[in-house]
Ligand binder design. Structure first.
Ligand SMILES: [Zn+2]
Length: 355
């Protein structure tokens, strides 16, 4: 057992990966490593393959810089001693190892992986006309001593309305390869690895609940469960009973602010058909939306246009970590406790439905 919830947080990707793999091995779980590039890998730990039992899938780091938190959740769970032995547990560490190691949301090709999972037949093309209009504001090639972002955004909001801008930006775009929320122009390496191996990691299990851990959206130290996938009313009602209706943001529930193209949940649901699969993006709040967006913009700017030794580059990376994984002990303890509780709810939810 570790001393405090905060001790589950690792200072970098490599330490997080080592701790993940050794803890899984100590528990006797099967571990496998899938290279994405050089010394960066997606690591998978599987507790068991009980064919007639449900599976809880816990993934981290789809958005690289958010992996500090997701990996800490996985470690806390493995350390908790409370994971039921009559369920299958599949933990995927660092779906975007490059972004985790380099403090980026995106992967090595500037792909926002949660926009890259287009369904078969969907094209890696297109963007909202509003995105095109504000692209140079979002993705500047030069930032002088005065940053005009706020007045420029206020101008854009007056013209297009905030909700439309948010939809245009967050839904994903496929036309600006150096821009924010770029979904890519082909299936990413991460998608290829999942396509090839995920069904086999799930074994014969027919009843799967997937929790993908994220940070950066929402109020400080609170969470929302974003469904992103279209489910039947009966499925939604059932999930609400276990996870609390007030925490779930369903696509059709009228509460969700924007629709995302190419999110992982919808794609995985299709890949694993006809199994019973539900997905939540468990999203934990840190700083304000404006601060987070400005940080993403700043990080994208320094990544594209400054040398890695530039003091502004280095300072930006440090700030990036704070924005997506605050140092605050209070935040860290709270989000870990909440995550462990969500997983306990998942345990009850899968247990009560037909295998
Ligand atoms: Zn995220």
């Amino acid at each position: 057992m570790t001393d405090s919830p905060a001790s589950n947080f690792s200072p970098n990707y490599y330490t997080a990966r080592d701790r993940f793999c050794s803890r899984a091995a100590e528990l006797g779980w099967q571990t496998d490593s899938y290279s994405v590039m050089e010394d960066l890998s997606i690591d998978v730990a599987i507790s068991a393959s009980l064919p007639s039992r449900p599976t809880i899938l816990v993934s981290s780091g789809l958005h690289g810089g958010e992996g500090f938190f997701g990996a800490a959740v996985q470690l806390a769970l493995m350390d908790s001693g409370s994971l039921a032995t009559d369920l299958n547990w599949v933990f995927i560490h660092a779906l975007n190892p490059y972004g985790f190691a380099h403090l980026r949301r995106c992967n090595e090709d500037n792909i926002d992986l949660n926009r890259n999972f287009l369904l078969p037949g969907e094209e890696y093309r297109g963007s909202s006309p509003i995105y095109g209009k504000i692209s140079t504001v979002l993705n500047p090639e030069r930032l002088g001593s005065i940053d005009w972002f706020v007045p420029q955004m206020l101008g854009a909001i007056a013209k297009y309305k905030l909700a439309n801008i948010w939809q245009a930006v967050a839904e994903g775009q496929y036309d600006f390869p150096q821009g924010l929320f770029f979904g890519g122009q082909a299936a990413s390496k991460t998608q290829q690895i999942l396509q090839e191996h995920l069904p086999q990691w799930m074994g014969e299990s027919q009843n799967i609940l997937h929790l993908d851990f994220h940070t950066g959206l929402g109020k400080w130290g609170t969470y929302q469960l974003l469904m992103d996938t279209v489910v039947t009313p009966a499925e939604l009602q059932n999930l609400q009973a276990y996870f609390g209706a007030e925490y779930i943001l369903a696509v059709d529930g009228g509460k969700k602010k924007y629709q995302v193209r190419g999110n992982i949940g919808q794609w995985t649901r299709q890949l694993l058909q006809p199994r019973n699969y539900n997905y939540f993006c468990a999203e934990f709040g840190t700083y304000s939306f404006a601060k987070v967006l400005m940080m993403l913009r700043q990080e994208n700017y320094v990544h594209n246009w400054l040398a890695a030794t530039d003091p502004v580059y280095l300072r930006t990376k440090e700030q990036m970590k704070e924005i997506f994984c605050p140092e605050s002990e209070q935040w860290r303890s709270r989000v870990i406790a909440q995550s462990v509780e969500i997983v306990a709810q998942a345990d009850r939810a899968v247990r009560d439905r037909p295998n």
